[in-house]
Design a protein around this ligand. Structure first.
Ligand code: AMP
Length: 115
């Protein structure tokens, strides 16, 4: 069986995190090493390792992550100024934690292309 990831432990409240939102399908918390004034992670409770390993059965939870991120941006009042959602997948994608997570970044103009 796969080892329990850090993010599963955050979902189970075994490790503390600054939780911004939680519901039946996902948890959103502040990134411990923020890359922008607002930097949250939105993760599914289901331990999907990465988006490349999600299957058709995960369609609704994947949609839920994006809609939740967008709703948080609206609720917190930074949606109109803009925000960025990022999903890192695998070694070249910059993935460090093998539990699917959507980065929600905002609060400053973000450059493109990313590094
Ligand atoms: P990634 O590189 O896409 O896998 O992103 C992993 C993110 O998790 C990084 O931005 C880290 O700063 C963040 N992170 C690692 N440990 C924690 C933690 N205990 N609480 C909150 N964020 C974390």
């Amino acid at each position: 069986m796969a080892e329990t990831t850090l993010f599963e432990k955050i979902c189970a409240k075994e490790i503390p995190a600054a939780i911004v939102h939680e519901d039946d399908l996902c948890v959103c918390f502040k990134d411990i090493s923020p890359q922008a004034p607002i930097h949250y992670l939105v993760i599914p409770r289901k331990p999907i390792p990465r988006v490349g390993e999600a299957g058709p059965e995960d369609q609704s939870v994947l949609g839920h992550l994006l809609l939740t991120a967008s709703q948080i941006a609206k609720n917190e009042g930074f949606s109109d100024n803009g925000f960025r959602l990022v999903i890192n997948n695998g070694p070249d994608g910059g993935e460090a934690v093998p539990h699917l997570h959507v980065h929600l970044l905002a609060g400053r103009p973000l450059k493109w292309p990313p590094g």
